[in-house]
Design a protein around this ligand. Structure first.
Ligand code: ATP
Ligand code: MG
Length: 399
């Protein structure tokens, strides 16, 4: 008897006109995620079916739990559609999944193969009395049963299963277009990236680096965080922005308390150019309202005003503790708290302005030719291809 995972589309079904595109994207994402596990994947309009070697069951299920767009799934037994086959399967499924205690049950049959010899109600009774005959510890309760025996009868094959499991939900990555995530080594931005992936946005990652003020260990940490994100987001590019010269120029030319505000305006200007070059429709970052001086509502206005591209801030309204909880869940927390300096923390002024004035920013920015510095940056990007099982040896020479 073959075991097969049945995947329900859930939230996808609300997107009527895009349904086919959503299903195909999910299909391709599952295919990529399981490519090394010897699986056969097929699909129809209501379900996807994954057949696998039982040796790999734990691994397959773990990976299924990392794919956005899967809301619920069942582990079913697949048999050719024939009455006796189905009875044998029901017997086997129950024997291998329940103990000898007393339980209540009901049978729920879905019969999409209309030529089957009985309709759904008749099937429920027929399979139900078979179970009563074979399992003396089971009693029928159609309202509130301990066990539901699901039987799906399709033309060629039928499926029998007991439980439904929850997937991680969301939309399949890639169905909502591309975005660029500003990824620092901190706690917030990987969580923001995870949440954006969950909404179906395919990500490229951008890291602003200020060597020698920041170390190669700091870059390494960002690579490790990127690998964690690619568990959910598939292969992605990490764009490393050489920020040193522009950052030093900012600190030489602007008033200390405005340096962070201006630095972030420069980051956003560069992000806009990167979005154009790498075809990102939105910028995503880990800003959280009130967390630091540059994340007050006034600061956000003054900083955001350099670009018209939407800036999505998935954790804007989260408490730090909520962000930390999620970062632990996605296993980025332990990497994020490694103590390497980031380009933002290196130059933090003692009293950063919390209510910056736009005209002041413009005045200070006119003291140096930032356009030329940004052009130079755009010609010297360093791009690393990231995937989840990337070996440290493979990128150590990039460091
Ligand atoms: P995080 O917010 O990820 O914990 P952080 O607290 O060091 O890191 P903030 O100063 O709060 O970063 O910056 C807010 C957001 O700006 C970050 O979440 C990230 O999206 C972006 N950002 C900050 N520094 C960098 C950087 N060096 N490279 C890329 N993005 C950055
Ligand atoms: Mg932060």
């Amino acid at each position: 008897m073959n075991k097969v995972i049945l995947i329900k589309y859930g939230e996808l079904t609300t997107k009527k006109s895009n349904r086919k595109f959503f299903i195909n994207t999910l299909y391709n994402n599952i295919l990529k995620k399981l490519k090394d596990l010897d699986v056969v994947i097929s699909k129809d309009i209501s379900r996807m079916y994954i057949e696998y070697d039982s040796i790999n069951e734990n691994l397959v299920l773990k990976r299924i739990g990392e794919i956005f767009g899967i809301h619920a799934y069942e582990i079913a037994y697949k048999v050719e559609t024939e009455k006796d086959n189905i009875l044998d399967t029901i017997k086997e499924v129950l024997s291998s999944n329940i103990d000898n205690n007393n339980y209540t049950f009901k049978v729920e049959t879905k019969r999409s193969y209309k030529k089957f010899s009985m309709d759904s109600m008749e099937c429920n009774h027929f399979f139900g009395s078979f179970i009563l005959k074979n399992f003396s510890n089971l009693k029928v309760d159609v309202h509130n049963p301990n066990i539901v025996v699901h039987v799906e009868i399709r033309e060629k094959y039928s499926y029998v299963y007991l439980n439904e499991y929850k997937g991680i939900g969301g939309y399949p990555v890639g169905t909502l277009g591309r975005g660029l995530l500003m990824l620092s080594g901190g706690i917030d931005s990987p969580v923001a990236g995870y949440l954006a992936l969950k909404r179906g946005i395919k990500l490229d990652l951008v890291y602003f680096e200020a060597i020698p003020h920041t170390s190669l260990e700091a870059r390494n940490k960002v690579i490790e965080l990127s690998k964690k994100l690619s568990i959910y987001g598939g292969e992605m590019r990490l764009i490393i922005v050489p920020f040193t010269k522009l950052q030093e120029t900012i600190y030489q030319n602007v008033d200390g308390n405005y340096s962070i505000t201006i630095m972030r305006r420069m980051m956003y200007r560069i992000m806009e150019k990167l979005a154009l070059r790498f075809k990102g429709l939105v910028i995503i970052n880990g800003e959280s309202i009130g967390q630091v001086a540059s994340q007050t509502l006034t600061s956000m206005n003054v900083i955001n005003s350099v670009t018209n591209i939407p800036v999505i801030r998935p954790v804007a309204c989260f408490d730090k503790l909520e962000i930390i909880e999620l970062s632990k869940k996605i296993d980025t927390y332990d990497i994020s708290i490694l103590p390497y300096e980031d380009c933002c923390t290196v130059f933090v002024p003692r009293h950063p302005v919390i209510n910056p004035v736009l005209s002041e920013c413009i005045k200070m920015e006119s003291r140096f030719d930032y356009e030329a510095l940004i052009d130079e940056i755009m010609q010297n990007l360093n791009i690393i291809k990231i995937n989840e099982d990337m070996d440290k040896d493979k990128y150590s020479d990039l460091l």
